[in-house]
Design a protein. Structure first.
Length: 149
């Protein structure tokens, strides 16, 4: 499993935005410069992040972007799902998806939701404020390790 470049960039953009938390609003061009990303890419990500309720945008003089809620209340799973949609390691984990030819007799299918929930839970444990502070993420939670075994 690998995150798309856009999901990775969204995390970088949100970290840049969070560094301004409580300060002046910033615009997408400033975030692009701080993140070292092309402005059109950041503009596309900002649109998705605003729609997802992670960034708030205001127009006019003194307008710009800011976090829609405190950095401690935004997790990696929030950011990734804003760009990628719901986390689903396999199609059979997605609600309403039944497009696998092996679904009827698959012995593994009952275990995927447990693994999927563990991955999602691990991402939910990492807050944006933790990323901004530069605190290293510790080893995978016990739940994650139990799900994989």
């Amino acid at each position: 499993m690998r995150l798309s470049s856009m999901a990775d960039y969204a995390v970088v953009v949100m970290v840049a935005a969070a560094r301004h938390c409580g300060g002046a609003q910033v615009n997408a061009s400033q975030l692009a410069e701080e993140a070292g990303l092309p402005a059109p890419t950041v503009q596309k990500l900002v649109s998705r992040l605003v729609v997802a309720g992670l960034l708030r945008s205001s127009r006019g003089s003194g307008g710009g972007l800011r976090l829609a809620r405190p950095a401690a209340a935004i997790s990696l799973v929030d950011i990734i799902e804003a760009v990628e949609g719901p986390i689903a390691l396999t199609p059979c984990v997605e609600a309403g998806k039944h497009d696998c030819a092996l679904e009827q007799g698959c012995a593994v299918r009952p275990h995927w939701p447990v693994v999927n929930d563990a991955v999602r839970g691990a991402l939910a444990e990492v807050s944006l404020s933790r990323l901004v502070a530069g605190r290293a993420v510790k080893a995978a939670p016990k739940v994650m390790m139990e799900a994989v075994q």
